[in-house]
Design a protein around this ligand. Structure first.
Ligand SMILES: [Zn+2]
Length: 423
């Protein structure tokens, strides 16, 4: 009887069971602020970091986990993911996959992303008719499933004929596009209100054409200044920031002037747009990964063929532009544009940052502290400091010597819970 009572008590008090103090010991800590700490011990109480100390000061009631010669870092943050897409989507998967099936796919992709070391993501709109990615977020937040912290937009908002519209079917075919297709400031206001009503905490705009959609051109600016201003006005009155997909330089300028928080891709950025971004404090998220990943994928799909062709023609100038942007002091965040590839691939984005002139430390700060600032969550995540959520990863070697170590994350802790421990 007494045993039974104890079992019932334990079942009714899950917090008691999960209450724990852990001390993580490693060879070094890259804490996200730009500092390296040798022989650190990070003390975690439940879901929070309570101290960064040395072995001599480990609390007696803490369970010590010795990660040997591993390097500890803050959990990585990917500011551009599409968990409901697949690498074979190209704007049609939502037509053959229900929103419920998309939620299952998204949950699986998000759990893989977390296990690869990305403890927080921002969804840049998704290929789903409904709002599956936000419902998955809510289920994770309620503790029903394990997953990363999720912020972002339900859909990408596109003009008619834009990158979120379906431009390869005959006029008679009335299908629902993967993006939310809208025209004019009034429709924009309604779309923004609808997105926020169903849970988006970011608004995503396709200001210019895209690479990976059939029938439109990334050199064209699709939304007018009035439309983008209407989006920023509606979103900001609800304290929701706007991310703008923009390749063409004129589209970047229009979006920056309207007050968006981040520019996604920015491939054809010019010096005037860079100066404007510096002046307004807008962040640039170039997403190199999506180019490098698909370069290696053989496909006969027309959307991918178009993307590869533009990519081939513009790759060199894009890298030149990004090198100049780093040199001039444009602020960079980091996002991969993960569309369902093996999750560890996304960390090759940091190697790309090193290739355009950042130090490995600067690239790591972009993927941690800066990304947390962009999300306006800098008091909660992004660095390994007392008071922050215990989102930590560890790699075997030293990512300051070999940035590709971040593609081989061996240990993941999210919210104080060990998700992966491979040693
Ligand atoms: Zn994207």
């Amino acid at each position: 009887m007494r045993h039974l009572r104890l079992i019932i008590l334990l079942l009714l008090t899950p917090n008691l069971l999960s209450a724990q103090k852990i001390a993580l010991q490693a060879k070094s800590l890259i804490d996200g602020t730009g500092k390296v700490v040798s022989n650190p011990v990070v003390v975690i109480n439940n879901d929070k970091i309570v101290a960064v100390t040395t072995k001599a000061n480990v609390p007696k009631d803490a369970t010590l986990i010795d990660l040997g010669d591993f390097t500890l870092l803050p959990g990585l943050i990917d500011l551009h993911v599409h968990p409901n897409l697949t690498t074979g989507d190209y704007q049609v998967d939502h037509l053959r996959t229900s929103s419920a099936a998309k939620a299952l796919l998204g949950l699986k992709n998000l759990q893989d992303i977390l296990a690869a070391g990305w403890t927080t993501v921002r969804v840049a709109g998704d290929g789903d008719v409904g709002y599956a990615n936000l419902e998955v977020r809510d289920a994770i937040n309620k503790g029903m499933f394990t997953g990363p912290r999720i912020y972002g937009a339900g859909h990408y908002l596109s003009a008619t004929g834009g990158g979120g519209d379906i431009n390869f079917l005959s006029y008679e075919q009335k299908v629902i596009a993967d993006g939310l297709v809208i025209d004019g400031p009034e429709e924009m206001r309604k779309a923004v209100r609808t997105e926020i009503k169903y849970g988006s905490d970011w608004v995503k705009l396709l200001v210019t054409g895209a690479f990976m959609s059939a029938g439109d051109n990334p050199n064209n600016v699709h939304f007018s200044a009035e439309e983008v201003k209407a989006a920023v006005d509606e979103a900001s009155r609800r304290d929701v920031p706007v991310m703008a997909h923009a390749h063409a330089a004129e589209g970047i300028k229009l979006a920056v002037k309207a007050g968006v928080r981040t520019i996604e891709h920015g491939s054809f950025i010019d010096e005037e747009a860079m100066d404007l971004m510096i002046q307004k404090g807008t962040w640039l998220i170039p997403t190199f990964c999506v180019h490098t990943y698909f370069e290696k994928q053989p496909s006969v799909d027309p959307a991918l063929q178009k993307s590869l062709e533009i990519g081939r023609k513009t790759k060199e100038s894009m890298y030149t532009n990004m090198r100049l942007a780093v040199k001039k002091g444009v602020k960079f965040g980091l996002g991969s544009d993960n569309v369902g590839w093996p999750a560890s691939y996304s960390a090759s984005e940091l190697a790309e940052y090193v290739s355009i002139g950042m130090t490995p430390m600067q690239a790591i700060v972009c993927a941690t502290k800066t990304n947390a600032e962009i999300l306006r969550k800098e008091t909660e995540i992004g660095t390994v400091e007392p008071g922050k959520f215990a989102d930590l990863i560890a790699v075997k070697g030293d990512p300051l010597k070999d940035i590709s170590e971040l593609q081989r994350v061996k240990f993941v802790m999210a919210n104080g819970k060990i998700i992966k421990n491979e040693r």
